[in-house]
Design a protein around this ligand. Structure first.
Ligand SMILES: [Fe+2]
Ligand SMILES: [Fe+2]
Length: 217
């Protein structure tokens, strides 16, 4: 249902149940009440943007920690430069979301210290299986992140592509770079990792849990 339809069907005074309140200047600007919840449409899209920036910041932070873990184990091997290049792009992604958090006044997830440890352990742990293990981890994580970014792009396009243009451009660019990392993983023998299918499925299940939690707390 579109916002206009919601507004049309959910004005409480149309239902004859609640009279519109007298509002402050700020309140009048966001005075469209949303059904019986008392929420406003502005507040709803604000909450959605908060969630998007919080979870993306956490994801980019986690990706940085994964590549740090991989570099700690494989930094001096033949794939070191390949991993370093992907890590450098993740540093740019994280920097951008740090800036967006300040611009949109979004707080980080309280799970940051947890993702710090888990991300590094995942990167180092899979790298200990060999370069194929590290690349399998990259394929699994980057596929999950690209899928997650695609969902956000769809949601923002449906909501208001003009209003969220800046965020959309950032997410689209990063989505493309995550897909490049995914392809680099495949080119570097990710599928030859021990128990590749199981490993990939486990890591992606972990990513889903991380996304769910980071959006909410
Ligand atoms: Fe990234
Ligand atoms: Fe990436």
């Amino acid at each position: 249902m579109s916002c206009a339809q919601l507004m049309g069907s959910c004005f409480p005074w149309r239902l004859g149940t609640v009279a519109p309140r007298h509002l402050s200047a700020y309140g009048r600007r966001i005075s469209v009440r949303f059904c019986s919840s008392g929420l406003t449409l502005d507040k709803i899209s604000r909450a959605a943007v908060d969630r998007i920036i919080r979870v993306d910041h956490a994801g980019e932070y986690g990706a940085n920690r994964i590549y740090a873990g991989q570099m700690a184990v494989l930094g001096r091997t033949s794939v070191g430069p390949v991993i370093q290049k992907m890590w450098d792009q993740e540093k740019d992604h994280l920097k951008k979301f740090n800036e967006l958090m300040v611009a949109y006044r979004v707080r980080p997830t309280i799970l940051m210290p947890f993702w710090n440890v888990v991300g590094f352990a995942l990167g180092a742990g899979t790298a200990l299986l060999g370069k194929e293990g590290a690349m399998a981890c990259t394929v699994a994580v980057e596929e999950s992140i690209a899928h997650h970014y695609n969902n956000q792009i769809r949601a923002l396009m449906e909501e208001d592509p003009e209003k969220y243009n800046e965020l959309l451009q950032v997410i689209k660019k990063f989505r493309d770079e995550e897909l490049e990392h995914h392809d680099i993983g495949l080119e570097h023998d990710a599928e030859l990792a021990p128990a590749y299918a199981v490993l990939k499925r486990l890591i992606q299940a972990g990513c889903s849990v991380a996304i769910y939690l980071s959006e909410r707390i």
